[in-house]
Design a protein around this ligand. Structure first.
Ligand code: 6PG
Length: 255
């Protein structure tokens, strides 16, 4: 059972991946705001989305986003202070938030710097519950969740062989990652699969092997957690460059 990708964009290079992702962000924001007067977007960390965030924080894209109606969340965070070089929030602030006009109160970062990772996860879960006005057991439906894909097949902070892969009751969990010797705070797979749009951004030669395994290999989500991502009713997007898609025969260059 592989990911049944709904929309696949194969771009010539990482810059084009970022540009296509920025266009999609603007379009999805426009659609969500037209129908629900707001756009809830979950951002990913790592290095791939940096250029996307820079584009969204600069002309011409930043003027095309009705930032007062945009609400930002994170799909995962490292357990470090918000100004730490490893922080996903710090990366996003530098690339986009410091340049865009999004109101501070629309930005919901994960306070992962606190002593207890478990408390950080519970606190963020409560933040999401309150924002969406969720009843007990109800999951949020974000308009957009951006995801990266690690060379080991992880996404968000759902790492191979970790406890979070089996978490279905919580919205957010603290996941101990042995290979990192650290906890990460992450949205759980069922919450990601509840989103209206899930967008994987994958670029670079180093992802070619894992993309082929995720896209064309057997269903082994404990080894390849990215395979857990199959939106229940939402649209699954893959925006990838030629280098990352080189080994995946069923992908062809489209942009
Ligand atoms: C993180 C991310 C993580 C990332 C992948 C890919 O906190 O690091 O959320 O899931 O998306 O590790 O990272 P790169 O884009 O740096 O390859």
């Amino acid at each position: 059972m592989k990911n049944e990708w709904k929309e696949v964009l194969v771009c010539r290079d990482a810059q084009e991946v970022s540009r296509q992702a920025a266009e999609l962000f603007v379009r999805l924001a426009d659609e969500a705001i037209k129908s629900r007067a707001r756009f809830t977007a979950v951002l990913s960390g790592g290095s791939t989305p940096k250029t996307l965030y820079s584009l969204l924080g600069s002309s011409p894209f930043t003027e095309r986003v009705p930032w007062s109606r945009v609400y930002l969340f994170w799909g995962d965070e490292r357990c470090v202070p918000p100004d730490h070089p490893e922080s996903n929030y710090a990366m996003t602030r530098a690339a986009m938030l410091s340049k865009s006009v999004i109101p501070e109160e629309n930005v919901y970062r994960i306070a992962a710097e606190q002593e207890s990772a478990k408390c950080a996860a519970l606190e963020y879960e409560q933040t999401i519950r309150t924002f969406f006005g969720l009843t007990q057991g109800e999951r949020p439906r974000f308009d957009l969740i951006l995801l990266g894909m690690g060379a080991d097949g992880h996404t968000a902070s759902l790492f191979p062989g970790t406890a979070a892969l089996n978490e279905t009751g919580r919205i957010v969990t603290a996941n101990y990652v042995e290979k990192l010797k650290a906890h990460r705070i992450t949205l759980t797979a069922p919450v990601i699969n509840q989103a209206a749009n899930v967008v994987f951004l994958v670029s670079g030669e180093s992802k070619a092997s894992v993309l082929k395994q995720v896209f064309e290999g057997p269903y082994e989500p404990v080894r390849l957690p990215s395979q857990l991502i199959r939106p229940d009713e939402g649209c699954l997007w893959l925006i990838v460059d030629l280098a990352a898609s080189r080994l995946t025969s069923s992908l062809k260059a489209e942009v």
